[in-house]
Design a protein around this ligand. Sequence first.
Ligand code: PA5
Ligand code: NI
Length: 189
Amino acid sequence: MMTILGRAMGDRVDWQSGRMDGAGVQRSVKTVGELAGVFADEAARSGMDAARVVYAVEWTEPVAAGTEGGLFWGATRLEAGCVGDEYFMTRGHFHAVRDRGEFYGTVSGEGMLVLMEEDGATRVERMVPGSLHYIPGRVAHRTVNTGAEAMVFWACWPSDAGHDYAAIAARGFGLRVMRGDGSPRVVEA
Ligand code: PA5
Ligand code: NI
């Protein structure tokens, strides 16, 4: 039998920083100015520098979005900071194809993964370096940086999952993560 040396996809990852490079890598950045309505204290948010980056995502789509059976891979870098007393966080979403799951794996920083069922029941999981999180289908997910440094995590999700942000814009999550005395406070929204 001959051994054939195949070629990996050209995209590369830098594990620790979450940076990716290669022809297939896509990037998106969310600033304070783009996150209207996401944080509880809208007056505090609108008084901040609108250009300040809250999070950046880099990912690769080896097959077209919407393809059944494929996978996407990427990393989120969520900066440290607060809007009022609420820690910087992602918008959060259900998958548009509701039953699609996802993996998150934390590289650096510390925070929380907020998970909400379709009936609104919400829980949190601590994110620390090395923590691996399985997000089942039908569960909305948002990440919160409760530390003093950026939080970086890798994610892998199905290529046909899509993102439903509208459901979250309409009703939010059941819990919010706020700066407390010494440790974060998880409060009902
Ligand atoms: O696929 C995911 O769930 C992540 O890559 C998120 O899209 C990323 O963390 C940014 O969050 P959101 O899409 O909620 O703005
Ligand atoms: Ni997702």
